[in-house]
Write a protein that binds this ligand. Structure first.
Ligand code: SF4
Length: 667
């Protein structure tokens, strides 16, 4: 199935490849149903280390997995096993033995999110092919190449890519590309949604999402909570409709997609069978005679009549507009949760809970040192304030959101560098977490300029930008939270990819953070204060809500009309920030503040603590930096008597009256 990349690009008429129909199975009866329906391949998961873990009656025991391999192979069907969680340090021993088992039973491929699997695969000499999970969020060529170099034979590319973008990726790499064609959709960029982890302590990157995107929200003005004047069609503003690309079989094949993936591992066989049959029959019919191919109206009517939610084509043909959202909630089959108020820091907790995080064991006793204190700033004025308050690493750039936000171009970065260096501080330039093809071109030029300016490092938001910076410059590479580092093996691989310093994922519990930091070979930063982005959406939410996406006129820029927030049923406001690339960043209602747990955090020896201060004015930022410096000293020298004073707590409240949280460490 593999093409040669060079020959592909030089061919004016690339060869079409007949795709496989890839079906899900959560139980044995579903496996039988989808095989009988004509699936070329089936993907399923075990009872452990797998997404979709809420319902114990689903997924396959080790013995069932062994039987499933026999069952599918006897029928000429391939079987892929989902090993697609992010893994925490405590999962690693089990992961290694499970990999050995999957090697022994000869599954046809493993679907993988976490780089720990790559490391272990080398260690045990795994011969099973690796497929990069959609959770990796492969949305640019360089990320795809990075995974190709790591030995992946296939990638399930981001659902936020259009077919045109997928075609380009396939042609440029010759890699097998899989694409979701039917089923549930996340509204957020896959692998970048932290809401469930921070609200409930249940990570969507570990298959435990409790779906805050299916809550009711009111669209309000950020400042006073009054409703916007636009007519929003309903309260379920983040509830994506279901993907259905059945009417577009020719376009999917023409895009070079090698595997048509149907979502639904929690579905019954009776639901999946006709669905798989529909795609099977359409693919075969098109392949047999593309000229004669027409949509089968009867099958299409049946798919529509048996739909769960309404259908959308997602981002396959460009940005999804308002019809991609089930605003009314009428067709929502199940609302797993409603909005709750997550734990926030009260004055009492701040004073009484310095070390009590419910961790199972005490951190290892090691000599303590003060970590660096880095600060992300949003303007030159804030940079000056942070430097004056004693910060010795400043981050600038990346996504810029908000009305009239300062930009970070050549002139501003040069000025920031001058100021940082005269204060004997480092200046590291951020790159966006999501960087699609056109932005990569821009970024390639930008990182070369940064190398000429001799900045002290570049912070990368995805594995593709890490590869780009490595390839084009000798600049030190810093990894951002969006690399989703959660264990020492993944960190080790990052180190080998010339990442000098990583940032710990924001979804870790206290126990998992502790064991990660105690074992990591890579210096790690912990984000300790400031705004938390819990979802990144490919599209501009104000445009979707105002109904103007997809219209041919020039964008009326509703993002600058007013500052929006989504207010949940508990009255909590998730601010809607739109960046320079028209992507939406949803902000958690409470800001992170780890001041109360600094004595514990210090024992884990992170190399750096970060203040996410990009939305702070200079004086507020300076005060926060001062507080962290003061309490870090206190935590180092007098951990037993450590408390945050009432006076300082009141200052923090003045800076952010909406309240603070310990994030995933506090739930
Ligand atoms: S809450 Fe986030 S991860 Fe969970 S289903 Fe919604 S968009 Fe996806």
């Amino acid at each position: 199935m593999k093409n040669n990349a060079t020959s592909c690009l030089s061919q004016p008429y690339p060869k079409m490849i007949k795709p496989e129909v890839l079906a899900p199975a959560g139980r044995w009866e579903a496996l039988e149903a989808v095989v009988a329906a004509g699936a070329d391949a089936v993907y399923l998961g075990g009872k452990k280390l797998n997404m979709r873990m809420w319902r114990s009656e689903f997924n396959f025991s080790d013995e069932e997995l062994r039987q499933a391999v026999e069952y599918t192979h006897q029928r000429g069907v391939k079987l892929y096993v989902t090993l697609n969680n992010l893994y925490y340090e405590e999962d690693l021993p089990e992961l290694e033995s499970y990999l050995q088992f999957l090697e022994e039973i000869k599954v046809d491929a493993l679907i993988v999110q976490d780089l720990a699997v790559v490391d272990l695969a080398k260690k045990i000499g795994l011969t099973r092919p690796l497929h990069a999970s959609v959770q990796v969020n492969i949305h640019n060529l360089q990320t795809l190449q990075a995974f190709q170099e790591m030995g992946f034979s296939r990638a399930i590319v981001s659902k936020d890519l259009s077919l045109e973008e997928v075609y380009y990726l396939g042609q440029a790499t010759g890699m097998e590309l899989e694409y979701f064609v039917h089923g549930d959709l996340c509204i957020a960029h896959t692998g970048q949604c932290l809401t469930s982890a921070i609200v409930f302590g249940e990570s969507s990157n570990r298959g435990r999402c409790l779906k805050p995107c299916r809550w009711r929200y009111r669209v309000v003005q950020t400042n006073d909570g009054s409703p916007v004047e636009w007519s929003v069609p309903g309260p379920y503003v983040l509830a994506s409709n279901d993907l259905c690309l059945y009417p577009y079989i020719p376009q999917l094949i023409q895009a070079g997609i090698i595997s048509f993936k149907i979502e639904g591992r929690m579905r019954e066989g009776s639901f999946l069978r006709p669905l798989v049959q529909a795609y099977r029959e359409a693919v075969d019919r098109y392949w047999e005679d593309p000229q004669a191919y027409r949509l089968d109206q009867t099958v299409w009517n049946s798919l529509v009549n048996h739909r769960v939610r309404d259908y959308t084509t997602g981002q396959a043909f460009g940005l999804a507009g308002p019809t991609s959202i089930g605003f009314s909630g009428e067709r929502e089959p199940h609302f797993p949760t409603r909005a709750i108020t997550p734990p926030t820091l009260t004055e009492v907790e701040l004073r009484e809970r310095p070390n009590n995080l419910g961790v199972d064991k005490e951190p290892e006793k090691r000599p303590l040192t003060l970590p660096e204190l880095s600060v992300r700033v949003g303007s030159l004025a804030a940079l000056r304030a942070a430097l004056a308050a004693g910060s010795r690493t400043v981050y600038v750039g990346g996504e810029v959101t908000g009305l009239n936000a300062p930009v970070w171009g050549h002139r501003e970065v040069r000025e920031a560098l001058r100021e940082a260096h005269s204060a004997k501080a480092k200046l590291v330039v951020l790159t966006p977490k999501i960087t699609k093809r056109t932005e990569m071109q821009e970024l390639a030029r930008w990182v070369k300029e940064l190398a000429q300016l001799q900045v002290d490092g570049v912070m990368v938001g995805n594995w593709g930008t890490a590869r780009l910076v490595r390839e084009l410059t000798d600049l030190p590479v810093y990894g951002d939270t969006s690399l989703n580092l959660t264990n020492s093996l993944a960190a080790n691989l990052a180190l080998k990819m010339r990442i000098r310093q990583g940032t710990v994922s924001l979804e870790l519990s206290a126990d998992s953070l502790q064991s990660f930091l105690e074992n990591t070979p890579l210096p790690l930063e912990v984000v300790s204060h400031g705004h938390l982005t819990t979802m990144i959406l490919e599209r501009c939410l104000p445009r979707v809500l105002k109904g103007t996406i997809g219209q041919p006129e020039i964008c009326p820029r509703p993002c600058v009309e007013t500052e929006l927030a989504l207010m949940d049923e508990c009255g909590q406001k998730y601010q809607v920030k739109v960046d320079q690339f028209c992507r939406t960043h949803l902000q958690f209602p409470y800001q992170l503040c780890l001041l109360p747990i600094l004595p514990w955090l210090l024992q884990l020896r992170p190399c750096s603590l970060r203040i996410e201060g990009q939305y702070y004015e200079g004086p507020a930022l300076a005060r926060v930096v001062q507080l962290y410096r003061k309490y870090l000293e206190l935590a180092l020298n007098q951990p037993e008597s450590y408390t945050v004073s009432l006076e300082d707590w009141k200052d923090l409240q003045k800076i952010n009256p909406d309240g603070y949280t310990l994030g995933a460490l506090g739930v």
